[in-house]
Design a protein around this ligand. Sequence first.
Ligand SMILES: *Cc1c(COP(=O)(O)O)cnc(C)c1O
Length: 417
Amino acid sequence: MSVFVYQQGKLMAEQVTLASIAEQFSTPCYVYSRQAIEQSYLGYRQALNSRGANQHLICYSVKANSNLAVLSVLAKLGSGFDIVSGGELERVIRAGGDPAKVVFSGVAKNAAEISSALEAGVHCFNVESETELLRINRIAAERNQIASVSLRVNPDVDAQTHPYISTGLKENKFGIDIDEALSVYRHANRLNAIKIVGIDCHIGSQLVSAKPFADALQRVLALVDTLAEEGIELGHIDVGGGLGICYQDEQPPSAADYVASLLDTLGERNQSLIMEPGRSIVANAGVLLTTVDTIKSNEQKNFAIVDAAMNDLLRPALYQAWMNILPVNESADCPAQHYDVVGPVCETGDFLGKERLLAIAENDVLAVCSAGAYGFVMASNYNSRGRPAEVMVDGEQLHLVRERETIEDLMRGEINL
Ligand SMILES: *Cc1c(COP(=O)(O)O)cnc(C)c1O
C-alpha cells in the first residue's frame, strides 16, 4: 500500500503533491513519508504480537536510512536499533533512541566504538571474530564492565540475491563460520568480562523468499541446542534483517508472512526473537525528486539528463538496481518515448534508469521510487556536488529534515597551500 499515489494526475506524498515539494525545496531532494515508515514498522510489531513484550525486539537497521528524523519517528514507536558504527550509535542517542535496545553489528568494531557502546549501555555486541571478542573483553575489563555479546554466525546459506548484498556464504567476510562458532562460544564463556546473551545471523539483503531465512534459522537453532547441552543458555536469537521489497515485479513475502515463517521455525523456544529490518521499513517510504534538465537524442538513444546523479543515488550504478521512475505530473502533451535517465556526473555508469517509457519534457520533475533505503546514506560529494535536501511529509505538513549541502559544506576542513 504505497503512500505515493496519483490523484488527478498528480503524484502525492500523503496529502501533499510532490510537485509542490520540488517547488518549495528544489531538486534533487529526498522525500520521506512518516506514515509509511510507521506503517511498515507497525506491520512487524503486529506480526510479533503473539509473543510477549519481552519476547521480541525490532531493531531497525540504521544504515538503511540514518536521518535523525527517521530515527526519531521510530524511537517514538519504541523501536530498537541495529547499528554498525560509533557514528550510528551517536545518531540513535541524539534521536532519542534507547541504547538498551541497540544491537551493535559491524565487521570490525574499533576500540573507541566499543568503549562508547559500553558507556552507552547497548543491549549487546554482535561479535564477528575471535579477535573482536578478545578486544571487547579487554576494553570491558579495563572499564570494570561486563560486555553482553552474541556471536554473528555465518550459516553458509545462499540468500539468492545480488552478490554484493549476499552476506551469509563462506566466501563472504561476515560473521564466524558456523562450524567454528561452538569453539568461539566456549572461549567466550571463559572470558571474565564477557556475558553471552545470544546468537545472531544476517544472510543478506533484498531477499524475496522466506526459505533462505528459515534455512539459516534452522542451522542457528541446531547450534543453540548444542550450546544448551553444554550449559550455555542463550537469551535471544537475532535473525538479522534482509527482507526484500518490490522495486519492479518482485514478490517478497509480507512482514507478517515472513515473521510467521520464523515463528514457525522457532516453535516452542523461549528465547526472545530479535529482528533487524532496514530496507523493508524505509525503502518504499521514500522517493528522490529530480528535474529533467536536458533532453538529448541521437539515432540510437533518447537521453533525459536530470539534476540527480549517481552521487545522490548510487544503487543503479552500484547494483544495476532497477528503480521505478515516474513523472510527478501526468502529462498528455508530450509523446511517450524510451529514455535513458542519466545524471550530469562524468561517468558512463551514472544512470538512474535505462530504456524507460516516459512522456516528459525539459523542466519536468520525476520521482525515483523506493529510494527511502540505501539512498541518501550512500550519497557522496563526487564531482563536488552537494548532497540533496531531505524532507519528511507528515499528513499535510512538510519538515525539512536535512538542508541541501552548500559549497561551504563541501570544503569544510580543507586547507589551501
Ligand atoms: C544491512 C544490515 C541489516 C539490514 O538489512 P536490510 O536488508 O536493509 O533489512 C541488518 N543487519 C545487519 C547486520 C546488516 O548489516
